[in-house]
Design a protein around this ligand. Structure first.
Ligand SMILES: O=C(O)CCC(=O)C(=O)O
Length: 207
């Protein structure tokens, strides 16, 4: 079901997962541990993290993590019925966005940052399939801090994939992944350390 192959990337080895209806690539150590640790420390301290409230089945609940939505001014984003305007770029996040964009040869202009205080914080099953992201969005996910499990499941065919997202890893979900697959970051009660994740995306500017 899966095949791993080496790319010619000088910085890291890429793993390519051959799955139906999805193109998934993982660079387990795209950033060095030293750079990843420094970024996690500065972004945790310098960004205005918010624990947003969303409505589920008519109830208002706090999401089980903290978030910042950031990017170009036109990149507003709707999530669980709530529309978020982007914060202006933090210089380090903008640099990362450019570096990731170079790596994957895709434009990126916005990012959702999630801060998970420990293994109790999580994200449930979903797909990044909001209409503003286009028909086949490329989602590039950079992980900093505690290693967490990341699950993918095909919507109709029962295929599943479990990955370990380590400090400094870069995961790219492309092709028809957001249309045919869902993903989640499950609770892991034994994880005590924090994790910060950045999912870079692209929203076309208005014409
Ligand atoms: O934290 C993660 O790895 C998952 C983030 C995610 O699924 C998302 O931002 O849509």
């Amino acid at each position: 079901m899966t095949r791993q192959a080496q790319s010619d990337n000088r910085k890291a080895v890429a793993q390519h997962f051959l799955l139906p209806d999805a193109e998934i690539t993982l660079w387990p150590d795209w950033l060095s541990k030293t750079d990843a640790d420094a970024l996690q420390a500065s972004l945790s301290a310098e960004l205005s993290w918010r624990q947003e409230q969303i409505r589920i089945y008519g109830k208002t609940v706090k999401i089980p993590r903290q978030q910042v939505w950031m990017g170009e001014p036109h990149c507003s984003y709707q999530y669980s019925g709530v529309r978020f305007a982007p914060s202006p770029w933090h210089w380090a996040v903008q640099q990362l966005s450019a570096a990731v964009s170079d790596r994957i040869s895709q434009p990126l202009n916005c990012v959702l940052l999630n801060l998970y205080a420990n293994g109790q914080d999580h994200m449930g099953w979903h797909a990044d399939n909001e209409p503003e992201l286009g028909a086949a969005p490329v989602i590039a996910s950079l992980s900093l801090g505690a290693t967490r499990r990341f699950d993918l499941q095909h919507r109709t065919q029962g295929h599943q994939l479990q990955l370990q997202l380590e400090n400094g890893s870069l995961l790219v979900m492309a092709g028809a992944c957001q249309q045919h697959w869902q993903h989640r970051l499950p609770k892991q009660s034994r994880v005590a350390a924090p994790r910060l994740n950045l999912t870079f995306r692209y929203i076309a500017p208005p014409v």
